[in-house]
Design a protein around this ligand. Structure first.
Ligand code: G3P
Length: 218
């Protein structure tokens, strides 16, 4: 399973990279705004800075919502670095744009996916990744993980190569259940990855090992 970090914060991206488990980065306009990145030049420089840290794919989201605008933005975004994947919203013009990009070898991440039907459309259009937002479904009392299961089944039925990128992952149970179901990728905050480290028996076991060592070695 690939681990992507869902942030535009360079320090967090560096920390996840240094841990040695980072496979990529996803961003969105809200995450870029959170870092105070504004203006096209600064946005492009920031994406380049992210690409310089990580070895894997970096999703950069378009702002345009019309076909022509999405194509223009996407074609500019991919000039930043080979790692850039164009993130396109699940709207009619977005699906058309994904097909356009796919036909030209430009990789895409179809975002804001909340149903299996949307995921099927994204795969048919040739999206590289599809991003179902599981946390936001849970927020409205719909089972986000059930959606991941549905999409896995549909993609496997027809051998679609589109990778399921479980997004809006909020905690370790989301991550682990996604791994059980077979999501190809999960994207979440650094805290979800580091929370996997924790177990009280690890802490108490290590304390005992060190104490026993000290008894003999001083
Ligand atoms: O990047 C998209 C998605 O991961 C957003 O997550 O926590 O804002 O629902 P969240």
């Amino acid at each position: 399973m690939k681990f992507f970090i869902d942030t535009a914060n360079l320090n967090e991206i560096k920390e996840a990279h240094e841990l040695g488990v980072l496979d990529g980065v996803t961003t969105n306009p809200s995450l870029m705004a959170k870092e105070g990145i504004k203006g096209k030049d600064n946005v492009f420089k920031h994406y380049k800075a992210i690409c310089n840290i990580v070895d894997g794919d970096v999703s950069a989201e378009v702002i345009a919502t019309d076909f022509t605008g999405i194509i223009k933005e996407g074609e500019e975004l991919v000039t930043i670095d080979d790692k850039i994947v164009v993130k396109v919203p699940m709207i009619k013009d977005g699906v058309r744009a994904i097909k356009y990009f796919s036909d030209r070898g430009i990789r895409t991440n179809c975002t804001l996916v909340f149903s299996a039907g949307q995921a099927l459309l994204a795969a048919k259009a040739g999206a590289t990744y599809v991003s179902p937002f599981i946390g936001r479904l849970d927020d409205i009392s719909q089972d986000g993980l059930e959606l991941i299961e549905q999409i896995r089944l549909i993609y496997d039925n027809y051998s679609y190569e589109t990778q399921i990128l479980a997004a809006s992952v909020r905690h370790t149970m989301h991550l682990l259940k996604c791994a059980e179901i077979g999501a190809d990728v999960m994207t979440g905050p650094l805290s979800v990855m580091t929370a996997l480290l924790n177990h009280p028996l690890t802490d108490s076991g290590l304390a005992k090992f060190l104490a026993d060592h000290k008894k003999v070695n001083g």
